[in-house]
Design a protein around this ligand. Structure first.
Ligand code: GTP
Ligand code: MG
Length: 197
């Protein structure tokens, strides 16, 4: 089993990518389960995901990296036991720290699964965000296996280069990919990674 965390700041495109990857993977015959965390009570994203026919569980009214860490662990165990998916994708809130979520996942599972953390960066807002919330963004992307610069349909090459350079400085060990979750551009390698493990 593969567990993939799709992290990233508010509005970076997590749900859009989740739906795209989930649909592609289920078309390829994989059984996909999705865990979405929303701080509010009304789970809008869960409803969107369900409309694509993907199995999803929502954890609401708190954050899975802090007050609801036990819920995340219980949900992971229950999904694994009852649904036996090939792939579980987790969308934390936009203000969660992926490294904390990864640690929780690792301590809840038996150890036979592979875990990937993909952190999304909104290319259109990245330079502004790096300026205004540099410390938080660098903590969010630090240690991600893959940093996916999303919404490349909205920016030119000059911005792409600047964003890539800054990410390289913040998390040099992360693999960098450029995608548009909306058009599907650049997403194929991520599908392949999750398909093959
Ligand atoms: N142009 C463009 N828009 C995108 C892309 N990916 C996502 N969006 C848009 O960006 C907005 C936010 O996308 P979501 O997928 O909801 O982002 P999110 O990270 O799940 O947001 P939260 O869960 O609220 O933090 C939506 O209006 C999407 O349609 C992209 O690649 N290009
Ligand atoms: Mg979302």
């Amino acid at each position: 089993m593969i567990i993939c965390q799709l992290a990233g700041f508010l509005g970076s495109g997590k749900t859009t990518l989740l739906v795209r990857l989930g649909s592609e993977l289920s078309k390829a015959g994989k059984k996909v389960a999705i865990i979405v965390n929303e701080v509010g009570e009304i789970g809008v994203d869960g409803a969107v995901i369900d409309s694509y026919g993907l199995k999803s569980v929502e954890i609401t009214e708190g954050c899975i990296c802090c007050s609801l860490s036990g819920s995340l662990q219980n949900t992971l165990r229950a999904i694994t036991r009852e649904y036996k998916p090939d792939i579980i994708m987790i969308e934390p809130t936009g203000i969660a720290l992926p490294s904390i979520v990864s640690k929780l996942v690792r301590t809840s599972m038996v150890g036979e699964e592979r875990m990937y953390t993909i952190c999304l960066i909104d290319a259109f807002r990245a330079l502004k965000l790096f300026k205004e919330a540099n410390l938080f963004v660098s903590r969010q992307i630090a240690g991600a296996d893959i940093v996916a610069v999303n919404k490349i349909d909205l920016v030119d090459d000059d911005v792409k280069e600047k964003v890539a350079q800054m990410i390289g400085e913040m998390s040099p060990q992360s693999k960098l990919v450029f995608i548009s979750a909306k058009t599907g551009d650049g997403v194929a390698p991520l599908v392949k990674l999750l398909e093959e493990g």
